[in-house]
Design a protein around this ligand. Structure first.
Ligand code: ADP
Ligand code: 5GP
Length: 212
């Protein structure tokens, strides 16, 4: 579990999306490090657009509406399901989460690269719509480490942590759906690996030292 696996899809990175921009998807069990790694990507590439998801869960301390998520009511979310507002949506840990189809399509059609931080259910839906998306799964080094990181983050109650850990095993069992897997042990190494994967698709002619 401690080495990066890489699954070339066989598709030419130049043709990676039927739309113009590249679509990168990052998933991980809760506490796996996807928020930390997504932020590192956005800091590194100021021309990759992070898709801010919508959720019906309550904001955590320090989270801002329109920055971390758009926090909306359940009724509003369900109305948007009926109206076809979502490129994908899912119920995760008892709350709804979704991605705006308009935001995604506008970005990709304008040639922008987009980054989604979504769960496995959402990834399956996005692959149905955008089959050439670059999917990256972030693995914790172990379930014990995952538990410690969730506890150290101090954003969840004990019950919520247990619920997230239960889901984690199920999510990890689906990592085979993803084209790339990074084991998030040492953070700086994980960031380098993630950036190397993204650069491979953005700059296919650039020599690549990190990915073999
Ligand atoms: P997620 O978004 O997947 O729920 P976070 O990015 O919030 O996960 O990470 C969970 C916690 O673990 C955070 O407190 C974060 O700072 C910490 N963390 C993330 N990656 C590492 C790492 N490689 N080593 C140690 N701590 C990490
Ligand atoms: P959290 O509540 O910890 O921010 O996120 C919980 C889970 O919801 C994570 O697995 C995260 O990837 C997922 N998630 C966040 N936004 C979306 C989204 O727009 N769609 C889907 N399907 N999952 C999301």
């Amino acid at each position: 579990m401690n080495e990066q696996e890489s699954r070339p899809s066989g598709s030419n990175p130049k043709e990676i999306n039927s739309k113009l921009g590249h679509l990168f998807i990052i998933s991980a069990p809760s506490g796996g490090g996807k928020t930390t790694l997504s932020k590192a990507v956005v800091n590194r590439f100021n021309d990759i657009f992070y898709s801010i998801s919508y959720t019906t869960r309550s904001p955590r301390d320090g989270e801002q509406d329109g920055v971390d998520y758009y926090f909306i009511q359940k009724k509003d979310f369900e109305k948007r399901i009926e109206n076809g507002y979502w490129a994908e949506w899912a119920e995760v840990h008892g709350n709804y989460y979704g991605t705006s189809v308009e935001f995604l399509d506008k970005g990709l059609d304008s040639g922008n690269d987009m980054l989604l931080d979504i769960d496995v259910q959402g990834t399956i839906q996005i692959l149905g719509r955008y089959p050439d998306s670059v999917t990256i799964f972030i693995m914790p080094p172990s379930l014990e480490t995952l538990r410690k990181r969730l506890e150290m983050r101090r954003t969840e109650s004990r019950v919520t942590i247990e619920r997230r850990l239960l889901n984690a095993e199920d999510e990890i069992s689906q990592k085979g759906l993803y084209r790339h897997v990074i084991v998030n042990d040492q953070l700086s190494v994980s960031i380098d690996k993630l950036i190397a994967i993204i650069e491979k698709y953005r700059y296919p002619n650039k020599p690549d030292k990190c990915l073999k």
